[in-house]
Design a protein around this ligand. Structure first.
Ligand SMILES: Nc1nc2c(ncn2[C@@H]2O[C@H](COP(=O)(O)OP(=O)(O)OP(=O)(O)O)[C@@H](O)[C@H]2O)c(=O)[nH]1
Length: 396
């Protein structure tokens, strides 16, 4: 699973990316595989089951900080969004290539209206950020339609004549974007289209792509520079984003994380406030900067950065966390680690599908699973619940 960060120049995209992927000090020691320059690791918080089971966990893939697991998620800084990227303008191709890999997008907009559509600085409030929200949706839909249109007439005619479902043709064409057939079917229910795909107009196709995009590349808008934005604009952006928009102060989040790393304040991602560490003497400059941030974030109950990440993961992608263990009574893996790993899986994942995610062999040899919280035996079709602890029994 990957979160793509998208935005035109100058809106605070790099600041957001740096802030989101800057690990808290205690996480920094974790060895992650080397990742490319435009990739980083962000974290979604989840409640560690060790609290309910009253045991001491020994985490392996996600640290536990006072009962909160920080579950790593790949984040991708999607480069080169400019108007008409879909036509290959500017770094358009790079943009689209990155976009393929993302499952969900955080669209950073400058909610203060001080960056025009091309990313140039303009006087505060002189650009309407709502345009940016529409613009990204349109860029993606146009790009998808461009892919669909290649060889469309022939494929659509063939499907129409042979009675093949058109979803299958669309799926084949969009498969490189990670679009599933069920997403296409859902989108087709949303729009009214003629049963003869040959008669679809370019506008029909664009509509359909808008709806497929909604399922396949859902977007949450980070209304950044919220510290300089007015409430009326924030409301309008939120409406344009279908409610999926959060005010953010990426600059504040980065400053707070740095101050926490430097031992000046106690602040954890997602907190709505912070505290100066005992015995720390802040300079007048530091004090003034922190006071300003404090005022900014009290307006929104936090910087919004962590909130964006978690809304993307838990609401848009509907992920849940599950904890597989080998020994159901000790909650350990084969090395005796207690509640070692947490897996983020889509809501609706079954016990057997989880087994496959852990290891192909485990999926193939799956017999049953044990829901450790209820001590009940469950079958391969058991649909996992958030925070389940599951022990899989297989043919050895
Ligand atoms: N007021 C305010 N300024 C911010 C915020 N986030 C970022 N900025 C500032 O906005 C400017 C642009 O930020 P960047 O992160 O460089 O923007 P970008 O979108 O990555 O731009 P490019 O690097 O040109 O693509 C910088 O001066 C940041 O300090 C915020 O939440 N509030």
């Amino acid at each position: 699973m990957q979160i793509g960060i998208v935005g035109k120049p100058n809106v605070g995209k790099s600041t957001f990316f740096s802030a989101a992927t800057m690990a808290p000090a205690e996480i920094a020691a974790y060895p992650f595989t080397t990742i490319k320059a435009n990739k980083g690791v962000a974290y979604a918080r989840g409640k560690c089951p060790h609290v309910d089971f009253e045991v001491q966990c020994v985490p392996r893939n996600a640290i536990c900080d006072e009962g909160v697991r920080h579950i790593p998620i790949e984040m991708l800084d999607v480069a080169g969004l400019v108007p008409d990227a879909w036509q290959g303008r500017g770094l358009g191709n790079m943009f689209l290539d990155d976009l393929r890999q993302a499952d969900v997008l955080i669209h950073i907009v400058d909610a203060s209206g001080s960056t025009d559509i091309e990313g140039n600085s303009v006087p505060l409030g002189s650009h309407d950020p709502v345009e940016d929200v529409e613009f990204l949706k349109n860029e993606i839909a146009c790009w998808m339609r461009g892919i669909l249109e290649k060889g469309w007439d022939k494929a659509a005619r063939q499907a129409y004549q042979t009675g093949q479902r058109i979803e299958i043709v669309i799926h084949e064409k969009l498969t490189g974007l990670g679009v599933t057939e069920s997403q296409i079917s859902a989108a087709m229910r949303d729009v009214e289209l003629s049963s003869n795909p040959l008669s679809w107009s370019p506008e029909d196709m664009l509509q359909l792509m808008h709806h497929i995009r909604k399922y396949a590349k859902p977007i949450i808008v980070a209304m950044n520079k919220a510290d300089m934005a007015n409430d009326e604009t924030l409301e309008r952006i939120k409406k344009a984003a279908g409610g999926m928009a959060i005010p953010t102060c990426a600059e504040a989040e980065l400053a707070l994380k740095k101050a926490a790393k430097g031992g000046l304040i106690s602040y954890k991602p997602g907190d709505s406030s912070f505290k100066t560490m005992d015995g720390v003497n802040l300079s007048d400059g530091q004090k003034a900067a922190l006071d300003k941030i404090s005022e900014e974030i009290s307006r929104y109950g936090g910087t919004g950065v962590q909130n964006c990440i978690e809304k993307a993961v838990y609401e848009l992608l509907e992920m849940i966390s599950v904890y597989p263990v080998e020994d159901e009574s000790k909650l350990t893996d084969h090395d005796g680690r207690v509640l070692p790993d947490v897996f983020l899986v889509p809501n609706g994942t079954t016990a057997r599908e989880l087994a496959y995610k852990i290891h192909t062999d485990l999926g193939d040899t799956f017999i049953r699973a044990i829901n450790v919280r209820t001590h009940r035996t469950v079958g391969s079709d058991y649909i996992l619940l958030n925070n389940d602890v599951i022990s899989i029994v297989s043919r050895k």
